[in-house]
Ligand binder design. Structure first.
Ligand SMILES: O=C(O)CCC(=O)C(=O)O
Ligand SMILES: [Fe+2]
Length: 222
């Protein structure tokens, strides 16, 4: 039996840009299952998960449901006026604690999560065809980091620069259980999902197909 810390080495963390950290396998299988169960509940309501309509008439291929604040392109509101007018589910304290732990681990600094109180989360579900174009998360009035958790099928996550959606960028595979944090100089970097790799997830998470991504953010709104 391998000694603690001397087992088979897991995938290693990478830092694609200053302030951006990828930690593969950060969520335990049990935690992934809990998150899948929680997301199933949020997907049912009070605001059901849906394909977001864009102002110019497009519809996103990803399905999204929000916590805390409802993101409707391109602003945060308390009520989901583009869905059913209901107030979105509360952002739970346990998820705040998970966000703080993520920052402490990502930045290898036990104090990095202190004072981090995310108040919105976007929960995105990708089927095998869904994608997300290059964009900045910039509807928040805060430069606090974004904490991203992935469960289910692996995707190719494109993490770029703060100037434009074009190169330079790094393509990173985000697999089930992975943590990705982007803060500091990377907080407003362009990023997107270029593809999902169907059949790569472990059904033991509770997700038999597709990819779930949760991004926690600080809106800076009252
Ligand atoms: O699915 C992902 O990994 C990224 C999601 C994202 O960029 C967003 O919701 O703004
Ligand atoms: Fe984003």
């Amino acid at each position: 039996m391998p000694l603690p810390g001397f087992g088979v080495p897991g995938p290693v963390r990478t830092r694609p840009a200053p302030g951006a950290v990828h930690i593969p396998g950060w969520l335990s299988p049990e935690r992934q299952r809990e998150l899948v169960t929680a997301c199933r509940g949020w997907a049912r309501g009070p605001v059901p998960i849906r394909h977001t309509r864009l102002p110019r008439g497009g519809v996103m291929s990803v399905q999204t449901v929000c916590l805390g604040w409802h993101w409707q392109p391109y602003a945060y509101k308390r009520t989901a006026d583009d869905v059913n007018g209901a107030r979105v589910a509360e952002f739970p304290d346990w998820l705040v604690r998970l966000g703080r732990a993520a920052l402490a681990d990502a930045y290898e600094d036990a104090t990095a999560g202190e004072g981090y109180t995310p108040d919105t989360a976007l929960i995105n579900f990708y089927d095998g065809q869904a994608r997300m174009g290059m964009h900045q998360d910039k509807d928040e009035r805060s430069s606090a980091p974004v904490v991203s958790l992935s469960i289910g099928d692996t995707c190719v996550f494109r993490f770029g620069n703060t100037e434009s959606r074009n190169r330079p960028y790094t393509d990173i595979e985000l697999a089930s259980g992975d943590l990705f944090v982007f803060g500091g100089p990377s907080r407003f970097a362009y990023h997107g999902v270029t593809k999902v790799l169907p059949g790569t997830g472990d059904p033991a998470t509770g997700l038999t197909s597709g990819r779930l991504n949760i991004t926690m953010r600080v809106t800076g709104l009252e």
